[in-house]
Ligand binder design. Sequence first.
Ligand SMILES: C[S@@+](CC[C@H](N)C(=O)[O-])C[C@H]1O[C@@H](n2cnc3c(N)ncnc32)[C@H](O)[C@@H]1O
Length: 211
Amino acid sequence: MEDNDNKKRIWYLSDGNPTQEERIKEYDHFCSTYEQVFKEEGWQSPYVCADTVGSYIRDNRDKVEILDLGVGTGLVGERLHHLGFRTFDGIDPSHGMLTLAEKKHIYRNLYCQLFTSKPTNIKEGTYDAICISGAFGKGDIPEDSVYEMIRLGKPGCILCFVGRTVAFELLLPLLETLEKTKQLKKEEITETQRYRKNVAGLIIVYRIIKD
Ligand SMILES: C[S@@+](CC[C@H](N)C(=O)[O-])C[C@H]1O[C@@H](n2cnc3c(N)ncnc32)[C@H](O)[C@@H]1O
């Protein structure tokens, strides 16, 4: 794939069904131009995601702990920092993307790994919010990882997903089931035109319930 063939690259990552290995390799290759390319594509998802977290957490922003899944180059963190949040961790399997996030010097911990249903080494009940921008479903972060998110959240922790509607086809019924079993409470499911130029998305927010 040619370096300047950006539209093809975005299509490949969003709809081309690459294997996990191919996807990580592509992000590693793409990372140095990712922010420029996505800016040209009207990429608003990370800002929508951070702003949504901000709309639920208005007080003591410097004290809350946030996990940014599929952190990429750290665009969500940049906005969170601008909003007054100070403590956030990120997870991403692409070493190249993480290197760029690291250079922003705003993340507390960055973990180079896939986030799946498999328990991480992070302590149970660490976070006040867990957010994901443009990194869920369709070969990225899998639906059953919600169980690990629940383990990592404090009681009342906000789960905030922003992505293309198609990415959440399998997640939405699972979230409904988890609401029925009183592990989650729905806060909002809102359509947004601010995902990417000419691409609508969904903002999904649930709250973790723990006794
Ligand atoms: C489109 S980028 C989004 C990056 C950033 N969140 C943003 O909004 O700009 C998707 C990111 O998800 C990461 N990713 C894919 N599968 C993942 C998984 N299972 N766990 C964690 N990150 C994953 C990719 O490596 C890539 O950096």
